[in-house]
Design a protein around this ligand. Structure first.
Ligand SMILES: Cc1cc2nc3c(=O)[nH]c(=O)nc-3n(C[C@H](O)[C@H](O)[C@H](O)COP(=O)(O)OP(=O)(O)OC[C@H]3O[C@@H](n4cnc5c(N)ncnc54)[C@H](O)[C@@H]3O)c2cc1C
Ligand code: FES
Length: 368
């Protein structure tokens, strides 16, 4: 153990619950001790105390937050988690994003960890009321959350929402972004039939419902100081965080210096949404930005969208459309990907194999 960093000072002000348990995390970069409320996951307690614990999905699917319980009693959380199934549970392996302390705990984490020192917003717990929900297509809904405590968040970040009617938190990317504190977040959700949160959200009775919110989270963020050409690949509701990135880039006139290439995958023409907004981004960029809507289940009858001249159409999967369009043009690129895991994996293959992009030049959120 090289150091023991106390991080209580960064607790959110609105929290009134007692902090009666202590969690110590041992990592290759030192040990970190922070308070943890009963019923709170290790990940949430650590992050809101300013300890940058490892995570990716924050919802039990990827396994990035793996740790090993050395001492203490815990509630393992989501028993059926796909990431938990791959761990050595008999040796004490746990997921920081699912496990809750029942006593003081000592956990070993193999990933390097530091105390957060940057201006990056520390995630906090708050509540939000759903309002202004509206269907954008047959299976995509947009809604706004009015927060009880304002939040700042970067373009490309996400938050965890917990509905009173559904077990477990779900991750959703913010469509908007705000470097100043805001009490309003916009989300867009593509329906997964049989999904717990989606079946609830699409029930038409959600406006006015309060949900628990934890955020902001996520490192697939965009900053105007990148000085890179942007390749944006989104499948379905993966366009959510990309809208924030495009808004941020447009507002700072980013596309006057660097090119932007957006590939947005949907099954058919009528599944496209946010096309008004995308067409406006294209017009404002004056040649610096191009947007392609890739239709996986429909052969477009013309080269551009019938209602939006600035939006090109392509047939096929979005990663294929991206690969065909970007061939020989990957210089100085930063790629942002979001959407279903098979789409992300396919796009990663194209970017790494054809584009020779390094892992540092690719930021992604796998929606699963
Ligand atoms: C970083 C990230 C950003 C995302 N952004 C968006 C977005 O902007 N728009 C969008 O439409 N989708 C997004 N998703 C996907 C979204 O989080 C949900 O997986 C999707 O909406 C389906 O949720 P569901 O509850 O309907 O389906 P379900 O199949 O019921 O659940 C899906 C996920 O919820 C979690 N979960 C399920 N049951 C439990 C349980 N008992 N306890 C704990 N956790 C459980 C698991 O992570 C599971 O994979 C994102 C995912 C990630 C990881
Ligand atoms: S961050 Fe915990 S499983 Fe993905």
């Amino acid at each position: 153990m090289t150091s023991l960093a106390k991080a209580e000072c960064l607790l959110p002000q609105e929290s009134s619950q007692t902090e009666d348990l202590t969690v110590t995390i041992q990592t290759p970069t030192g040990a970190f001790e922070f308070p943890c409320q009963e019923g709170e996951t290790f990940l949430h307690a650590g992050l809101r105390a300013g300890v940058s614990l490892p995570y990716e999905c924050a919802t039990g699917t990827c396994g990035t937050c793996r740790g090993r319980l050395m001492t203490g009693e815990v509630d393992i959380g989501w028993e059926a988690s796909p990431a938990l199934a791959k761990l050595k549970r008999e040796k004490g392996d746990i997921l920081l994003c699912q496990t809750k302390a029942k006593s003081d705990c000592l956990v070993r984490v193999p990933a390097k960890t530091v105390t957060q020192t940057s201006a990056e917003a520390v995630p906090a717990k708050t509540r939000g009321v759903i309002c202004n929900s509206r269907k954008l297509t047959r299976d995509v809904v947009e809604f706004q959350l009015k927060l009880s405590a304002p939040m700042t968040f970067e373009a490309g970040q996400f938050a965890l929402l917990t509905s009173p009617s559904v077990v477990g938190a779900r991750a959703y990317s913010m469509v908007n972004h705000s470097i100043d504190k805001t009490d309003s977040i916009v989300f867009v959700v593509k329906r997964k039939h049989g999904g717990g949160f989606c079946d609830w959200l699409f029930s038409d009775t959600v406006d006015g419902t309060e949900v628990d919110v934890f955020g902001p989270l996520g490192r697939a963020t965009f900053d105007t100081s990148e000085k890179k050409n942007l390749i944006i690949v989104a499948g379905g509701s993966g366009i959510a965080g990309m809208m924030a990135i495009l808004e941020r880039a447009t507002r700072s006139n980013y596309f006057s210096k660097y090119a932007g290439h957006v590939f947005f995958g949907v099954p058919t023409l009528k599944d496209g949404f946010y096309l008004d907004e995308l067409a406006k981004f294209v017009a404002k960029a004056q040649g610096g930005l191009n947007v392609t809507l890739a239709l996986s289940n429909e052969q477009p009858s013309q080269a551009s969208h019938p209602n939006y001249e600035g939006i090109k159409l392509a047939n096929g999967f979005v990663h294929t459309a991206m690969g065909a369009s970007m061939a020989g043009r990957y210089d100085n690129a930063m790629a942002y990907l979001a959407g279903p895991p098979p789409m992300i994996d396919a796009a990663l293959r194209v970017l790494i194999t054809d584009g020779q992009l390094s892992p540092q030049a690719i930021r992604y959120d796998k929606f699963g």
